[in-house]
Design a protein. Structure first.
Length: 474
C-alpha cells in the first residue's frame, strides 16, 4: 500500500520515523489547549474538549496524508495560528459581549469556512497558484513575524506570571521584570508573596529553553519534549519542597478515560452561527483571508522544504502528490473545526521523521495513531507547568525567525513591509493586522516608484480590504 520498496524504506524505519516525529511535536498536545483556553482559565470542560480535538483532528489529517498522498508529513493545530485564534476569540468577546465559550464556538465557524475553502481550492489545484500572487517579501516575512509574537507571548503572559496593576491582573514580562526584580526589587515589592513563584516560573522557562537548545545541538530527536520534561520536573520539585504545594493534587480525582462528555458539551460540532453573524462581515472576510494566507504559506513552505531535503521532488522542484498533501491539510482543518480546535497544518517537525528515514505515508500513519493514544493521558498533560510550555513556545519562535534569511533586505520593497510586520505583530498581538500593514506598504511603495504593474491584482484587493478594515469602523 505504501510502496516501501519503491521508496527504499522498511516498516521498521517508517515506524521509528513516525515515533521520532511524534516526540518532536508532542508538545502541541498540552500547549494547544493551554493557549486556546488561557491555561484552563476558561474552564476544565473547554480545556478537555480542545485537548481531545487536538488529538483527533491531528490524527485525521495524518491519516489522509498517509492514505491519499503517501507522504511522511505530520499535522496538528499550527503554532501561531492557535495563538491568533485565541486572540480572535478574545476580540469577539469584546466586540459582541458574548461569553468566551460562545465566542470560541463562533470562531470555529471561521475555521470551518477556511477548511471548506481549502478543500475546494485543493481539489482544483488553485492553492499553489494563489501563493504566486502574494509578494515574495511579505510571504517570507510572515513566519518570522509570527516567531516574534510567539517570543512575546512566551516571555509574557504565557509564563503564568501576573501581578495587580491598577486593580487588574497584568502580565509580567520575564526579560524586564525578572531581571528588574534582581536589581531594583520592583517585582518583589509589587508582587509580595507572588515573587517566589514568579522567579520559579522564569527560571523554569529558561532552563527548559536551554535544555531544548542543547539537546537539539546534540541531534536528539525529542529535544523539545525532553526540555519541557526537565523544566516540569524542576518546577514540580520546587513547588513541593520550597512552596509546600502539591502539583499532582488533581491526579487523585482525575478520570483517565477520554473526556468525551466535556468535548460533546463544549466543542464537538458546537458551531455558534448566531454569534458568528454578530462579528461583522468585514471582520469575518479579513479573518478568513488571514487564516487562509497564513496556513497556505506555512503548509506549502513546510511541504516543499521538507520534501526537498528528503529528495522527494522532481528536477523542476515539484513534489509529486502535492494536491493530495494539501487536501490532507484542508481535511484536517475541517476536522479541527468540527471537533473544536484551530487550523490544522503541516508541522515543520516532520523534518525530524524524514531525517530518521521516513519516506512514505506509513510514517504519518504511525504518528497519527500515537496522537490518538494520547487521548488517555489528559490528566498528565493538564499538570504540565505553563512555564515549561513557554520554553517550547520561545524555541519555536526562535526557529521561525530563520525565515528572515530568505528576505532580500537590499530591496526596500521587500525590506520595508517585512520590517513593519516584524514590529507590528508582537506589539498588536494581531497577525492579520501585521500582514495587512505589510501588504499595504508593499503596494504603496510599488505604486510610488512607478512599478504598479508588478503588483498582482489579488494583492491590490487584499490591500484594499485591509485599508477598509483599518480606517472604516464596522
Amino acid at each position: 500500500m505504501f510502496k516501501l520498496e519503491q521508496n527504499k524504506t522498511t516498516v521498521k524505519t517508517e515506524i521509528i520515523a513516525g515515533l521520532t516525529t511524534f516526540m518532536t511535536m508532542a508538545y502541541i498536545i498540552a500547549l494547544n489547549p493551554n493557549l486556546l483556553t488561557g491555561f484552563g482559565a476558561e474552564g476544565q470542560e473547554l480545556w478537555n474538549g480542545v485537548f481531545l480535538a487536538t488529538c483527533i483532528a491531528s490524527a485525521v489529517g495524518m491519516f489522509v496524508m498517509a492514505f491519499c498522498a503517501n507522504k511522511p508529513f505530520a499535522m496538528a493545530p499550527g503554532m501561531g495560528l492557535n495563538s491568533f485564534f485565541a486572540v480572535v476569540v478574545g476580540q469577539i468577546v469584546g466586540l459582541t459581549g458574548m461569553t468566551y465559550l460562545e465566542s470560541f464556538q463562533s470562531a470555529l465557524v471561521i475555521i470551518l469556512i477556511e477548511g471548506v475553502i481549502f478543500i475546494i481550492l485543493s481539489l482544483f489545484g488553485i492553492r499553489e497558484k494563489i501563493v504566486e500572487a502574494i509578494p515574495l517579501g511579505v510571504r517570507f516575512g510572515i513566519a518570522p513575524a509570527i516567531g516574534l509574537m510567539l517570543l512575546n507571548i512566551g516571555l509574557g503572559s504565557n509564563c503564568g506570571i501576573y501581578a495587580a496593576v491598577n486593580g487588574f491582573a497584568a502580565p509580567f514580562y520575564a526579560m524586564r521584570d525578572f531581571f528588574g526584580a534582581l536589581t531594583a526589587g520592583y517585582a518583589r515589592d509589587t508582587m509580595g508573596d507572588g515573587f517566589g513563584p514568579m522567579v520559579l516560573a522564569v527560571a523554569t522557562m529558561f532552563i527548559g529553553l536551554f535544555v531544548i537548545i542543547y539537546l537539539n545541538h546534540k541531534k536528539v530527536r525529542a529535544s523539545v519534549i525532553l526540555g519541557m520534561l526537565v523544566a516540569s520536573i524542576i518546577n514540580w520539585v520546587c513547588q513541593i519542597f520550597i512552596f509546600n504545594t502539591n502539583p499532582f493534587e488533581s491526579l487523585k480525582t482525575a478520570s483517565w478515560l477520554p473526556p468525551f462528555k466535556d468535548m460533546a458539551a463544549t466543542t464537538l460540532f458546537k458551531f455558534n452561527f448566531s454569534g458568528f453573524a454578530q462579528i461583522g462581515w468585514a471582520t469575518v472576510i479579513t479573518l478568513i483571508i488571514t487564516f487562509c494566507i497564513i496556513d497556505m504559506f506555512d503548509t506549502i513552505g513546510t511541504l516543499v522544504g521538507t520534501a526537498s531535503r528528503a529528495g522527494m521532488v522532481d528536477e523542476k522542484g515539484n513534489m509529486p502528490n502535492m494536491k493530495e498533501a494539501l487536501l490532507a491539510d484542508a481535511v484536517g482543518t475541517v476536522a479541527g473545526a468540527c471537533t473544536g480546535t484551530s487550523t490544522v497544518t503541516t508541522f515543520i517537525e516532520s523534518a525530524s521523521g524524514v531525517e530518521a528515514g521516513g519516506r512514505t505515508g506509513l510514517t504519518a500513519l504511525t504518528t497519527g495513531i500515537v496522537f490518538l493514544a494520547c487521548m488517555f493521558i489528559s490528566p498528565i498533560a493538564a499538570i504540565i507547568p505553563s512555564a515549561a510550555t513557554s520554553s517550547a513556545l520561545i524555541y519555536v519562535g526562535i526557529l521561525m525567525l530563520s525565515g528572515l534569511k530568505r528576505v532580500d533586505f537590499e530591496d526596500l520593497t521587500q525590506a520595508a513591509p517585512v520590517a513593519l510586520m516584524l514590529i507590528a505583530m508582537p506589539i498588536s498581538s494581531s497577525i492579520r493586522h501585521a500582514i495587512g500593514i505589510g501588504l499595504i506598504t508593499y503596494t504603496v511603495i510599488k505604486v510610488l516608484i512607478g512599478k504598479a504593474k508588478e503588483v498582482h491584482w489579488l494583492t491590490y484587493i487584499l490591500s484594499l480590504l485591509f485599508l477598509v478594515k483599518f480606517f472604516i469602523p464596522m
